[in-house]
Design a protein around this ligand. Structure first.
Ligand code: SF4
Length: 232
């Protein structure tokens, strides 16, 4: 892989295009290897079953998504903001975030239950349109790293049974989360994407500014660290 990185100091979110490209490159290599083994990715435009799951984003991505929404012309901006608000209302009505935070401290079974509960609500991602991603080039890394080889219809099941996810050795998503943690909730080291607008309205981007090559050095160290962690 070859990357051009900015020489000047900048916040982590300005590096996102580099990490997105890296994630896409890992995907392309992985997909080619799968195909050599007679497997194929089932995900395609028009299938948005997984876009009703909780999508974990890093702080850096949350601010990026906030800007993306704010830069939409009207009436698109209000329309998308409305979808975020509707999703939040539904989740607040069932005290979902309190349960999620409690579950993340309680153990794997409780946490998986909370994640399932989100899916059961069937809240479509605010960027999902005609069952396709309307921000595909800018979508979070979590979305890029969610690929399946099982039949698409299995993805509609809340239990997640019979879904064959592609396993990643180098996880750009987890690396980004560990570089840009949700500093207010260290026990839940991400921001659920549906909460992006609320979270960014209440918090400033306090990422330090570093030169591009310094961010890359930190990123690769974390990438290796994360790849050695036991599979969750
Ligand atoms: S950002 Fe795009 S790919 Fe990710 S959940 Fe939303 S619609 Fe789906």
């Amino acid at each position: 892989m070859n990357f051009r990185v900015p020489a000047k100091s900048l916040k982590l979110r300005r590096m996102l295009p580099v990490f997105q490209k890296m994630s896409d490159t890992f995907n392309n290599i992985g997909i080619a290897a799968l195909e050599e083994n007679g497997k194929a990715i089932s995900c395609k435009a028009g299938c948005g079953a997984c876009c009703r799951q909780l999508v974990p984003v890093s702080e850096a991505e949350a601010f990026d998504l906030r800007d993306l929404v704010e830069n939409k012309p009207e009436p698109r901006r209000t329309e998308i903001q409305g979808r975020f608000a509707d999703g939040m209302e539904k989740l607040n009505n069932i005290s979902f975030f309190e349960r999620l935070e409690k579950a993340s401290e309680s153990g794997d079974a409780e946490y998986s239950g909370a994640i399932r509960e989100y899916f059961v609500q069937q809240i479509a991602c605010p960027f999902l349109e005609d069952e396709s991603c309307s921000i595909h080039p800018s979508r979070p890394v979590a979305c890029r790293e969610y690929l399946v080889t099982s039949p698409a219809e299995h993805c509609s099941s809340a239990t997640g049974e019979n879904i064959d996810n592609v396993e990643y050795t180098f996880k750009v998503k987890d690396t980004l989360l560990s570089l840009a943690r949700n500093r207010l909730k260290p026990e839940l080291p991400y921001i659920p994407m549906i909460r992006t607008l609320e979270w960014t309205a209440a918090n400033d981007d306090e990422s330090p500014e570093r030169e591009g090559k310094e961010w890359m050095g930190m990123f690769f160290s974390k990438l290796i660290e994360v790849s050695k962690m036991p599979k969750s």
